[in-house]
Design a protein around this ligand. Structure first.
Ligand code: Z5A
Length: 208
């Protein structure tokens, strides 16, 4: 398989959607056939699960239910979208993937990381991203950005600052453990500075 699998991660408001558009444009200009997708979601069934997970009127969901729904959506996503794309030698760019589960359900909700690893092994069967761009910034800045966007907030965005602090820490911990795969981007920099950093990282991936 010659296509690469890229995911982007970060706390809310880190600028993932903004930079996803840049990465998509850059790789298309380099002639790459690219599948752009997201989690939770990316398939018809997965998008229905996403609605269940994100709708702010879903109250009192147990953490284990949340975890299992994330993996149910992911199992479908991997089988229907990601694997077929990589088998066609396409590139895949996913707005979030399994690192988000370790960060949100592990760090945020406090679920045992070993349990998440077990589900991950079962669902992914060895599939992992070639590179993950982790957009890191102080939680408060991300929250201000989300608020100034003036859109509604989802079920996760209702959580308090310390929930997102734990998520940020877990993401950074994973980046420390896997520095070759997870590249930390300082998301407090300007959009242009971030694009420059991404260009260098993408060029390396393109020549590998
Ligand atoms: N979730 C989970 O719990 N477990 C899992 O396994 C998975 C997901 C896969 C999905 O939401 C939710 O599901 C997510 C985690 C959970 N919950 N949260 N929170 P999502 O990924 O669709 O949405 P999000 O994380 O909330 O993303 P977002 O709010 O859309 O943020 P973003 O895409 O990172 O940011 P943005 O829209 O690009 O930028 C936000 C604003 O800042 C916008 O006005 C930009 O113009 C501005 N911006 C962007 N970059 C900059 C810079 N560099 N400087 C200044 N301003 C900037």
């Amino acid at each position: 398989m010659t296509g690469k699998f890229i995911s982007i991660e970060g706390v809310e408001g880190a600028g993932k959607s903004t930079q996803l558009a840049f990465i998509q444009r850059y790789l298309s200009e380099q002639g790459k056939q690219l599948v752009v997708t997201r989690e939770p979601g990316g398939t018809e069934l997965g998008e229905q699960i996403r609605t269940l997970l994100l709708t702010p009127t879903t109250t009192g969901m147990a953490s284990d239910t949340e975890l299992l729904l994330m993996f149910a959506a992911r199992a479908e996503h991997v089988e229907q979208v990601i694997k077929p794309a990589l088998e066609r030698d396409d590139w895949v760019l996913s707005d979030r993937f399994v690192d988000a589960t370790f960060a949100y359900q592990g760090g945020g909700r406090g679920i045992d990381l070993q349990r998440i690893s077990t589900l991950s092994d079962w669902t992914l069967k060895g599939l992992q991203t070639d590179v993950t761009f982790l957009f890191d910034l102080p939680v408060e800045i991300g929250q201000q950005r989300v608020l100034s966007r003036n859109e509604g907030i989802d079920r996760f965005e209702q959580e308090k600052v310390d929930f997102f602090q734990r998520i940020r820490e877990l993401y950074l911990q994973r980046a420390q453990q896997e520095p070759n795969r997870i590249k930390v981007i300082d998301a407090s920099k300007s959009i242009v500075e971030i694009e420059l950093q991404l260009t260098v990282l993408l060029d390396k991936l393109l020549t590998n």
